[in-house]
Design a protein around this ligand. Structure first.
Ligand code: GTP
Ligand code: MG
Length: 599
């Protein structure tokens, strides 16, 4: 049997503008109701001397469903020849929003109902805004109750013009406007003779014309790295990069790139658990890859194909969030963000607008996002992350925010924002301004110590001998009358260099603390030496910034870990420690730490 396509549609509009009538009518006219339901409801109305309403059909269905076990009263199902529809009637805005932002519900198109007689009301606007915030970009406006305005083309045109203006303002491009009478069944599932002036599609045709988002395996390849395993069996250097393919497909031999680090390699093998090796893999599969080169990458990076459209990489992005936390979302506070496999701390840096989801009252003056508010915000993460906008690759544009170990919010990314002025830079500027300087100037210290201060960082793979080298360098510098000091980071705190993904937040904090400490040590005139395993470009940039205005020197033990950052020296572990220390001292001298006792 061929699997039928299905698509979710949300229907919104002002109270009493006819949402339930539209749905009831669609169910009835597409023969999607249980046998005898329509007659049953009509007979009941007759008995109670009430006029029949199509909206009653929904209530009748709800009663019926309520006796079942798992029900979702806000959903209705009907079919056309082309595909199946799930319509979300959205009276409970909060549930709807929650489901939409967390990915539980996924409406791909919206029908927005406006009463022709009453015209555009407050909720017509708010709902339009909501739909746009949720990233639903196929919107059709149903101008309902045309029977009440004599099926007048000019009434329809006035509403179309006015509402199009509003939608343009909020960057929504409506797919179409359809004049209907839900009650009379006009232009719903068949064309109306009383509105011969309307030449467009009727509602059912429009629904069938909505585009279904492409199947996930035809989208660009996205592989969020879950973990990196070492081959232990043959004691070799190979590693398996493991995770689940989110979208797209990949083949052995494809050129790939890891983001945000930017490292490039090709796929050597595709390994699946307890399965023979394979040459291709696609969306939904949990696999491991071995790569042509042993590069250092971290969980949370996204592997993509070089020939396909690339994700965005930034530490700033614009997003719409729905907040569920007990405590409000406030600017400046650190939260944890989870997007695909990335785990990073995140800060709200700009609140563009806040919408109260129960009242749907928009505010541009609120200073925080309260529970059940929807807000458009700019966020900054502690490290750059790779993502897509929700409209290009849904699963790579959705995130959740954690506050105190609880999911406090869900959001969808609309775009990346350039991050020229990062939080770290702002922090450093503020810190320097507030710094209560010592009474002894940097020049006086150089004069006394006969050398400049320096932050010397020795990095490289775990267990490669960095600490031994760092201590040997300290000893040698000390012997040559430099004021040098080695600090083992484990004395500072644990966590730096930890490989466990859950420690990412901890690692960020440690790097921040180390940077601050380096700033103090270099201020005091010392050559401050320390070691950290497996840094990336971003970590180094951060340390460099935090240590400003003093200088940093970086030595990499073993093969270079960095993609763009230029280290001051590569230390060859096949050479003796003495030679390596001599090399480091030489580089330090070249960087004018040693002024030959003159200033
Ligand atoms: P809420 O769920 O309360 O927000 O309302 P709704 O948007 O679902 O409206 P509903 O479908 O319940 O319709 C509200 C009233 O408008 C009902 O009395 C309907 O009979 C009436 N109505 C709906 N469509 C039409 C129409 O095309 N013409 C006329 N004359 N009345 C209509
Ligand atoms: Mg209703």
């Amino acid at each position: 049997m061929v699997q039928r396509d299905h698509i979710q549609i949300v229907i919104v509009g002002h109270v009493d503008h006819g949402k339930s009538t539209v749905i009831g009518r669609l169910l009835a006219d597409t023969h999607s109701l249980p046998n005898g339901k329509l007659e049953q409801v009509k007979a009941m109305c007759e008995r109670n001397a009430r006029p029949f309403e199509y909206a009653f059909l929904l209530d009748a269905l709800k009663d019926e469903q309520a006796q079942g076990i798992t029900i979702d009263t806000a959903r209705c199902f009907f079919k056309t020849k082309k595909r199946d529809y799930i319509v979300l009637d959205a009276p409970g805005h909060i549930e709807f929003l929650k489901n939409m932002v967390t990915g539980a519900a996924r409406a791909e198109a919206a029908l927005l109902v406006i009463d022709a007689h009453e015209g555009i009301q407050e909720n017509s606007r708010r709902h339009g805004y909501l739909v746009s915030m949720l990233g639903i970009n196929q919107v059709t406006v149903l101008v309902n109750k045309m029977d009440l305005v004599n099926h007048s083309e000019s009434v329809f045109e006035t509403i179309r013009k006015e509402y199009t203006e509003f939608l343009t303002h909020i960057h929504v491009k409506p797919v179409s406007f359809i004049p209907i009478s839900a009650m009379q069944g006009e232009n719903l599932t068949k064309r109306s003779s009383s509105m011969a002036w309307y030449k467009g599609k009727h509602v059912l045709e429009q629904l069938d014309a909505f585009e279904k988002k492409g199947a996930v395996d035809t989208l660009p390849f996205r592989f969020p790295v879950q973990d990196i395993y070492k081959f232990t069996a043959q004691n070799d250097e190979r590693r398996i990069v493991a995770g689940t393919i989110e979208t797209g497909s990949i083949q052995v031999g494809d050129a790939v790139c890891f983001l945000p680090s930017g490292k490039e390699v090709t796929i050597s093998t595709i390994e699946a658990f307890n399965m023979p090796k394979k040459s291709t893999a696609r969306a939904g599969e949990a696999v491991g890859f071995t790569l042509s080169e042993q590069i250092y990458i971290r969980p949370g990076e996204v592997m993509v194909r070089k020939t396909e459209p690339q994700p965005l990489t930034s530490s700033r992005f614009k997003a719409n969030v729905f907040w569920m936390g007990k405590a409000p979302l406030i600017p400046g506070k650190k939260y944890k963000l989870k997007l695909a496999t990335a785990r990073v701390s995140v800060t709200l840096i700009q609140l563009i607008s806040v919408l109260d989801a129960s009242e749907l009252e928009a505010s541009h003056v609120k200073k925080q996002v309260d529970r059940h508010d929807v807000a458009e915000c700019i966020f900054e993460t502690a490290k750059p992350i790779a993502f897509d906008s929700v409209s290009t690759i849904e699963s790579m544009g959705r995130f959740v925010m954690v506050d105190h170990y609880e999911i406090a919010g869900g959001g969808i990314i609309s775009e990346a924002v350039s991050d020229q002025t990062s939080l770290v830079k702002e922090h450093v500027r503020a810190r320097e301004l507030a710094w209560d300087k010592s009474s002894i100037s940097t020049e006086e210290r150089i004069d006394r110590y006969k050398h400049r201060a320096k932050f010397v960082l020795i990095t490289g793979k775990r267990g490669i001998g960095k600490r031994r080298l760092a201590k040997a360098l300290e000893r040698e510098l000390f012997r040559e009358n430099y004021y040098a000091y080695y600090l083992g980071v484990s004395s500072l705190a644990q966590g730096i260099g930890s490989e466990a993904p859950d420690d990412t937040f901890e690692r960020e904090n440690q790097i921040q603390r180390l940077g601050e400490l380096a700033r103090i040590m270099t201020e005091s005139g010392l050559i401050f030496i320390t070691t950290i395993s497996e840094m990336d470009d971003d970590d180094i940039q951060k340390l460099k910034l935090l240590n400003e205005p003093f200088e940093i020197m970086v030595f990499n033990v073993g093969p270079n870990d960095f993609n763009t950052f230029e280290v001051d020296g590569i230390i060859d572990t096949t050479k003796s420690d003495d030679r390596n220390v001599a090399l480091m001292v030489k580089r330090l001298r070249e960087k004018e730490i040693f002024l030959d006792f003159q200033i």
